[in-house]
Design a protein around this ligand. Sequence first.
Ligand SMILES: Cc1cc2nc3c(=O)[nH]c(=O)nc-3n(C[C@H](O)[C@H](O)[C@H](O)COP(=O)(O)OP(=O)(O)OC[C@H]3O[C@@H](n4cnc5c(N)ncnc54)[C@H](O)[C@@H]3O)c2cc1C
Length: 472
Amino acid sequence: MTVSADTRPHPDFPADFRGTALRPGDDRYDAARVLYQGRAADEEPALIAQCIDEGDVAAALRYASEQRIPVAVRGGGHGSDGHAMPGGALVLDLSPMKAITVDPRERVVRAQPGVLLGELDAAAQEHGLTVPAGTVSSTGVAGLTLGGGIGHLMRRFGATVDNLLACEMVTVDGRKVRADEAENPELFWALRGGGGNFGVVTTFEYRAHPVGPEVVAGQLIFPFEQAADVLAGLPGVMAAAPRELGLLAAIAPAPALPMLPEEAHGRPVLVLVPVYTGEPATGAEVIAPLVALGRPLADLVTKMPWLQANRMLDAVAPYGKRMNLRGGYLPALSTGAIDALVSSAASSPAHPGGATTINLWCMGGAISEDTSEDAMAFSREGAAWLWEAVGMWDAPEQDAQYARWATDLDALVRPLSLTNGYTNLTEDLGAQWRRGVHGSEAKFRRLRAVKTAWDPYNLLRFNKNIAPEPTP
Ligand SMILES: Cc1cc2nc3c(=O)[nH]c(=O)nc-3n(C[C@H](O)[C@H](O)[C@H](O)COP(=O)(O)OP(=O)(O)OC[C@H]3O[C@@H](n4cnc5c(N)ncnc54)[C@H](O)[C@@H]3O)c2cc1C
């Protein structure tokens, strides 16, 4: 992974910037450039501008615009491409901007771009509410929302962008604008799925929903030998399931739990992760058909607080590992797709400290049926399941082996996948992929027109880039 910029920012950073500007060698520089993607540690940004408010964002962007310096943006630091800290670049680090306000009467939550999902969840749950978002608490709201946002609640309430009411954004030349259905609607259309291409968002405004405090959730662990049969039964069960049931199926290393045989620890198993947010008393009945798909080694489904359910996956998401990520949409969980995923899991590299996980997210319900494909940049047309393959390891010498695993898996699963996809749960797969990932050619052209209007010189290019039309 090499993400680098040629242009070094000028040493005299603007005087009206009130945050902290960190350069290589400064005390807090190394801590500031740590990302979830461990391979980012190989890169040294030229300057990390830690912004404390939108005034700082505007000052830094005015400076970058005047000098025509490309700008990278760091929100929560979870982006798998490491675009948040490219070598040699000027980085706007928004992590100090952490304000959250909850209006419980209107059920509206506002969050700044340094907020992490665990913080958003905790603030909203104080009022019995939640914003539908992702499943690992250290993920940032910013990148997640701009890409789309999927999680345990997507079948019930849709993607995060389906619940986004407005953004406040600083333009590349330092102006503050609002984007919602009434004001700058075309920009708002693009911000809901088009990523960080158009400006720097300083506030996200969301519709929240009552959830919890108790839900029924946990893990059903099946032996690897049953994986193909259990997966084959999932579409039928989920077609009959209520929207309140979210489901992730993961082929992952077995956790070292006392109820699992010791020889199974660390070897692949199939884990179903149901999260039921309907009436808890009916949870067992709703989840029973999943249990009946095989003979689970362990049934760890139980009542638990929503806050706990929505951070269950933290345990398998350690910060700072070297990682790769491939993903896409499947129109159906066909036998061919199941074979490809199960055989890839069986051929995963095995190193101490390394792991591979293949996730399948069940779509359907609100995310698939309640919002039309052309309503926003985020695409979901035809997607019944979202697959995601994650490799995590420690040593740079193992990069090639995990890259090969991801490439081989991709070669098997990509031909079965749709052209459109979810940008956040895969690495960037190149210009042709970027052209189709938001759906139709008309959507791509519309995105490019918005990019050209708001960032004609492509200063925001460290992202899944939508290149502007060439300037005359
Ligand atoms: C362990 C893990 C679990 C995940 N789980 C989920 C999940 O459950 N659901 C899901 O939908 N996704 C999930 N993701 C993917 C996640 O949505 C993306 O990685 C997302 O980019 C993270 O956003 P961030 O702000 O943390 O990342 P960053 O790396 O900080 O940002 C990613 C990119 O977003 C852009 N950006 C960030 N902030 C701004 C801003 N304020 N204005 C303009 N552009 C900005 C920049 O281009 C930046 O490079 C997960 C990722 C990981 C690593």
